[in-house]
Design a protein around this ligand. Structure first.
Ligand code: NAP
Ligand code: HSE
Length: 431
């Protein structure tokens, strides 16, 4: 077989890793797919920029047409990011019959189904393993390894930046902004880290995961999102006192035909397997009706881990080329979308209140919870603070989201409640 020619879109953190892996794993690639892999052209913004890999300067271009309309290029690897412009480029590449590998979760969460449809219409493969949890083969795990099962629950730490920040805040008592800066320097964070810390990056990944895992088209707007920027050292400290670790958890749950998908800071018992996932590492816990509990763990970001997933997708394309079956592996969602109502979404909650330090206030507060049939699993009564204000931390048993929101509203309206300082979801010990 002739060499496979690649057009690379992007030569940043991931693109550089792709070049390194293709160069250093050439023997293995030859063995797996039976031909050499050659990078023919690389699209960048600035050809004069210094690069951390040695390569022929003539490979670089700022003109995508040199890749799109080069008939010798078989595969486009897109690791440049962006949405609208990138989507147009990939649609053009598909029209030209080029197979695609992308690491772009923003693009796949928003336009994945359109791109996958275009790929199969053009007899092309489009693989996107690196878009979720970097180096962890979670999409293949769901699409192939667990293809025979019915997935009912997925819980994931799918953003390396926020896991890094929470780990350092929790274990070293360091300040949020200081650790965020470190995560940016280490190359985990997005160019604009707002998407990381406000949960949007994780939400994009959960939309992709839930679509694949539940075989239902879950849009980004279906994912309820809250991030970590408001979490304080005090919250983490109270969590530790109660035996909890805080993580930004992507949660996807199917009951019957209905699903819920969210991303939110969540207290996990210290003994929960996800609680021990540290630093930039990611993990996805998957529950299948037949298989039971499984967990996928590994580096969720970074140059070589992410590039490994990208190049493995390339190997998948090349194997399909040999078999002549490109464009046939995408499976369209089987089920219509049904989202749970708030009254069907149950969770435990941690709530921290500042209240007037007076006789009867605690009884009034418990009465509000009782009115909505919600009882407590844990209560922490803290020493009186300044200005006759006391702090109370409560952990509820399961409550529906509807009832919990009513409770928050009632507490807000009570004169004795000075402030609801924080409120977080709490997960149980197992799936
Ligand atoms: P990056 O370091 O910012 O690199 C982006 C590359 O694309 C640069 O080489 C840049 O050119 C080029 N580029 C960007 N816009 C371009 C345009 N309009 N025209 C031509 N070239 C353009 O990004 P990255 O961290 O490698 O991430 C790439 C993709 O992988 C993103 O979709 C990201 O979400 C995804 N991803 C990243 C990671 C990670 O750990 N970093 C993990 C999983 C997925 P110049 O070099 O000339 O500026
Ligand atoms: N910014 C992302 C993260 C990169 O921190 O997980 C990997 O998608």
């Amino acid at each position: 077989m002739e060499a496979i020619s690649i057009g690379l879109f992007g030569l940043g953190t991931v693109g550089t890793g792709v070049v390194r892996i293709i160069e250093s794993h050439q023997d293995k690639l030859m063995h797996q797919v039976g031909c050499p892999v050659v990078i023919k052209k690389i699209l960048v913004k600035d050809v004069a920029k210094p690069r951390s890999v040695d390569l022929d300067q003539d490979l670089l271009t700022t003109n995508p047409e040199e890749i799109l309309y080069d008939p010798e290029i078989d595969v486009v690897i897109e690791v440049m990011g962006g949405v609208a412009e990138t989507k147009d480029l990939l649609l053009k590449a598909l029209k030209e019959g080029k197979h695609i590998v992308t690491a772009n979760k923003d693009l796949m969460a928003l336009h994945g189904s359109e791109l996958l449809t275009a790929a199969s219409e053009n007899g092309c493969d489009l693989f996107y393993e690196a878009s979720v949890a970097g180096g962890i083969p979670i999409l293949r795990g769901l699409a192939d390894g667990l293809a025979s099962d019915r997935i009912t629950k997925m819980m994931g730490i799918v953003n390396g930046t926020t896991n890094y920040i929470l780990t350092k805040m929790n274990t070293e008592g360091r300040a949020y902004l200081e650790v965020l800066k470190e995560a940016q320097e280490l190359g985990f964070a997005e160019a604009d880290p707002t998407a990381d810390v406000e949960g949007l990056d994780a939400a994009r990944k959960m939309a992709i995961l839930a679509t694949l895992g539940f075989s239902m088209k879950i849009d980004l707007d279906d994912v309820g999102v809250s991030g970590i920027s408001q979490i304080t050292e005090e919250d983490l400290r109270y969590g530790r006192q109660l035996g909890y670790t805080m993580k930004l958890i992507g949660y996807a749950h199917r009951e019957g035909e209905k699903v819920e998908v969210s991303v939110q800071p969540t207290f996990l018992p210290d003994t929960h397997p996800l609680a021990s996932v540290q630093n930039e590492y990611n993990a996805v816990y998957v529950y299948g009706e037949a298989v039971g509990e499984t967990m996928f763990y590994g580096p969720g970001a970074g140059s070589l881990p992410t590039a490994t997933a990208v190049v493995s997708d390339l190997v998948g394309i090349m194997k399909n080329l040999r078999l002549g079956v490109n464009g046939r592996s995408a499976v369209t969602p089987q089920f219509p979308k049904h989202l749970k109502d708030p009254s069907e979404r149950f969770a435990k909650y941690f709530i921290r209140l500042h209240v007037q330090d007076e006789v009867g206030v605690f009884a009034d507060i418990t009465a509000v919870f009782a009115e909505f049939g919600v009882s407590f699993e844990k209560i922490l009564q803290l020493p009186v603070k300044k200005n006759e204000v006391a702090e109370i931390v409560l952990v509820t048993h399961h409550a529906s989201l509807t009832n919990y929101e009513h409770i928050l509203q009632h507490l807000n309206d009570m004169q004795a409640v000075k402030q609801i300082k924080s409120s977080y979801r709490v997960e149980g010990n197992s799936l």
